[in-house]
Design a protein around this ligand. Structure first.
Ligand SMILES: [Zn+2]
Ligand SMILES: [Zn+2]
Length: 168
């Protein structure tokens, strides 16, 4: 099945870093963990998960900053080298193969509301969640939440990751 092609753009404040999404996210996470609260300075982080190959760089490459994460495995936050605004992160697991796009860095962030709320155990009490959106106290089982199409995209990506790991 052919997936829906889109062209949604985003970037940093000074416009040195610009990117275009060539596919809809596999999933959009709203993470209420303490780390996301601290790193965003807000109540949660909104991350749209897209294969890196479907994120086209239109400007200069962001710099990757090693940053701790709740899992202990760390993450890399991609920031504009000039204005330092963060545009996406890479996490352990799929690493550089997946970009967790910061939805607020899109020109039209309204396109991508959360598909799932995670780490709600540390959700700030004033944040009221839509009862129709799945919610998990911590993390969750991808197989039970993601659409069939997104699971297939993730499986294809895993094949690429495994192939690469076999050749090194
Ligand atoms: Zn910038
Ligand atoms: Zn988090």
């Amino acid at each position: 099945m052919e997936e829906q092609l889109i062209a949604v753009e985003g970037g940093c404040d000074c416009k040195a870093v610009r990117y275009r999404l060539l596919k809809s996210p596999m999933i959009v996470h709203c993470c209420h963990c303490r780390w996301c609260q601290r790193e965003s300075g807000s109540a949660f982080a909104l991350n749209a998960m897209v294969e890196s190959e479907y994120v086209e760089d239109l400007g200069i490459a962001p710099e990757l900053i090693d940053t701790p994460s709740a899992s202990g495995a760390g993450q890399q936050i991609a920031r504009c080298p000039y204005c330092k605004i963060a545009v996406w992160s890479h996490y352990a697991g799929a690493g550089s193969f997946i970009k967790f796009i910061r939805v607020g860095s899109l020109d039209q962030p309204d396109y991508f509301p959360p598909d799932v709320h995670i780490f709600t155990a540390s959700k700030q009490p004033w944040v009221r969640l839509d009862a129709d959106t799945p919610q998990f106290a911590e993390y969750y089982d991808r197989e039970k939440v993601w659409s069939e199409e997104s699971l297939q995209r993730r499986a294809r990506l895993q094949e690429k990751i495994d192939t690469l790991n076999e050749t090194v």
